[in-house]
Design a protein around this ligand. Structure first.
Ligand code: ATP
Length: 600
């Protein structure tokens, strides 16, 4: 397959806002492909070279791309910069400049696999002289590229390929392309994806052996499983009823979710909630795990919380957040912000994929597996069978400073459900008791310029929730409070990579912000209550046919959910559920923050 065919597909996808149309374009692309061509086309269309969890970066900075474009199109770097000020995007600039350049007549068209291999070489080039190697490869590719190919190549290396095909749409397309007759196809493909997080591999198996090709897919060490998620309940009464009268209640630790993979040889890989490799930030955990875990290989999950180095008392989650992405000073951070991993689930031990067993069995295995260690513990838990006991435990947990409890079902079907949010796990937080709505993780899709003291900066952000059934982002509030001066000052820089000059096709709103953003940045807001709104589109058609839901008096909590990607944000269905559950009378009372006193 030639790369130009893929570029044409991107162009078509960019021009449509309809999910069905996008799917059929993808089906036409994928159906004739096989093996490596298929996997590579899929990864490339997602803007990466390998499954996302491998976190491969091309390491191409803006200046490097400008240099390569200038050289390939016989222009100056200044001219590239000048044009980009108008186009707003280096890819478009590259396309335009290539359009005005005579290509070598004898150059052979770019082959898809060749492009993939060259991009891989760009990613692999590290160390002294690597910048020059990257430029050379990019120049060679651009010299042979058509304007359209050049546009997407540059966007790819810059990490701004905005074709917007997300996983859910790709799963639909895979089912339609490779198992069109099978009713169960979509669900089975999604199950395989939840288990492996690797769309390329799944596509190749489907092309080879249809749905039967997925039969041999197993949970494997080193390949993250998509996390199981919790529902909410309005009261402990409801929570217990949902669980059939008995439940295991655990501390809901407020830190970073960690999926730990221990290989047989003792090596450890750690993945975040959004399945990014975070091992390098937690060398202390990687060292402790092989000492604390009695059997290998193993995959377990837990919440990683910072503790006070002197007292062992749990500290606010922000302290772990500062460790993320921090390369220098890591040694110092390790001492200043030690962490403890509270393990709450086990998914694989030895050759046994225990994630399919009911929760009580997994918990028993977990307790045997973990040898308590300074850095690794098993999450606190109590099994309750009455409302009174549930209340007592909740009071105890909240009194100790935790944000709430996680209830786990003990019933027959209480296996680990990868990638699913369901009532097998229910979260119940202290905020609900004070009648304040739960926090909402919203995706930034737009911004409004400030006035007065905020003139010249962004004064408010337009936030959306995610609607997976439609693969769209629907707005629910415009938030301006909760940002202090420092937070406001850093907003433009944080949002810059996602700036677009038109409304993104996957965003639904009745408002026109001054600046649009591609859905990417997730932040946490709280508010007074959810109301029906004529301008916001969250849940439009569910509560009222022509109106959506809006959050009144929204306030930024100060917490960016860097552990969530746009599609991990609060969903429309969750928002609708919160709307239905909210207690109108008390919703305006504020909850006082408590100090965390629980001792690790
Ligand atoms: P939140 O924003 O409330 O943390 P979330 O969307 O990240 O929620 P949920 O599944 O809704 O994820 O809530 C469960 C989260 O709580 C888990 O992702 C995990 O990070 C955290 N957690 C803390 N303690 C536990 C526990 N004992 N069992 C399971 N999850 C726990």
């Amino acid at each position: 397959m030639q790369y130009r065919e893929l570029a044409r597909v991107y162009e078509k996808i960019e021009a449509t806002t309809k999910r069905l149309e996008m799917r059929s374009i993808l089906v036409d692309l994928l159906r004739p492909l096989k093996g490596r061509e298929l996997t590579c086309a899929l990864y490339l269309s997602q803007g990466s070279l390998r499954p996302e969890y491998e976190g491969i970066e091309l390491g191409v900075a803006d200046s490097l791309a400008r240099k390569a474009i200038a050289e390939a199109t016989h222009t100056s770097i200044e001219a590239v910069g000048e044009r980009t000020r108008t186009t707003g995007d280096l890819g478009t600039t590259a396309g335009e400049l290539l359009g005005g350049t005579r290509r070598l007549e004898e150059s052979t068209p770019l082959d898809l696999l060749e492009v993939y291999d060259q991009l891989t070489r760009i990613a692999r080039a590290t160390g002294p002289g690597s910048q020059e190697v990257k430029v050379r490869i990019l120049v060679d590719l651009l010299r042979r590229a058509t304007p359209l190919e050049g546009k997407y190549l540059v966007r790819f290396v810059m990490g701004t390929l905005r074709v917007g095909v997300r996983e859910m749409t790709i799963l639909d397309a895979l089912a339609a392309a490779f198992a069109p007759e099978e009713k169960e196809a979509r669900a089975r493909i999604e199950t395989a994806f939840n288990l492996t997080s690797d769309l390329g591999m799944i596509a190749a198996r489907l092309a080879d052996g249809g749905l039967a090709g997925l039969g041999s897919i197993r949970l494997e060490v080193g390949r993250p499983i998509r996390p199981m998620l919790a529902e909410r309940a309005k009261s402990l009464d409801e929570l217990l009823a949902r669980m059939g009268g008995t439940a295991a209640l655990e501390y809901k630790y407020d830190g970073l979710r960690v999926q730990a993979h221990l290989a047989k040889d003792g090596s450890v890989r750690l993945f975040s909630r959004r399945l990014e490799e975070i091992g390098p930030q937690f060398p202390d955990l990687a060292k402790a795990l092989p000492m604390a875990i009695r059997e290998r290989p193993a995959i377990l999950e837990g919440e990683c919380v910072p503790v006070d180095p002197k007292t062992g008392v749990i500290r606010p989650f922000q302290d772990v957040a500062t460790r993320r992405g921090r390369k220098h000073d890591l040694e110092r951070a390790l001492e200043a912000v030690p962490v403890v991993l509270f393990a709450f689930d086990v998914l694989l031990v030895g050759s046994d994929s225990v994630y399919e067993r009911p929760f009580p069995e997994r918990r028993a295995i977990l307790q045997k597996l973990v040898k308590p260690h300074e850095r690794i513990r098993v999450a606190e838990e109590r099994v309750v069978t009455s409302l009174e006991d549930a209340n007592d435990y909740f009071e105890e947990v909240v009194g100790a400073g935790a944000e709430g409890i996680m209830a786990k079902s003990l019933a027959e079907g209480s296996r680990y459900h990868p990638g699913a949010r369901g009532f097998w796990w229910i979260k119940y937080k202290r905020d609900y008791v004070t009648h304040l709505a739960d926090s909402i993780d919203g995706v930034v899709v737009g911004a409004f310029y400030g006035r007065g003291r905020r003139a010249g900066a962004y004064g408010a952000l337009l936030l959306a929730v995610y609607r997976p059934e439609r693969d769209r982002f629907e707005t629910f509030c415009k938030v301006g409070s909760g940002f202090d001066d420092a937070a406001l000052a850093e907003l433009p820089k944080r949002l810059e990579p996602f700036r677009v000059d038109h409304a993104p096709p996957d965003v639904d709103t009745g408002l026109s912000p001054d600046q649009w953003f591609r859905p990417a940045v997730v932040l946490e807001v709280k508010g007074a209550e959810l109301t029906v709104s004529p301008v916001h589109r969250a849940g439009v058609g569910t509560v009222r046919p022509d109106a959506g839901l809006a959050l009144r008096f929204p306030r930024f909590t100060g917490r960016y959910r860097t552990d969530k990607s746009a599609t991990d944000a609060t969903t429309t269905a969750e928002l609708v559920e919160m709307y239905r559950k909210q207690d109108r009378g008390g919703s305006r009372r504020a909850a006082g923050e408590r100090r965390v006193r629980h001792k690790a």
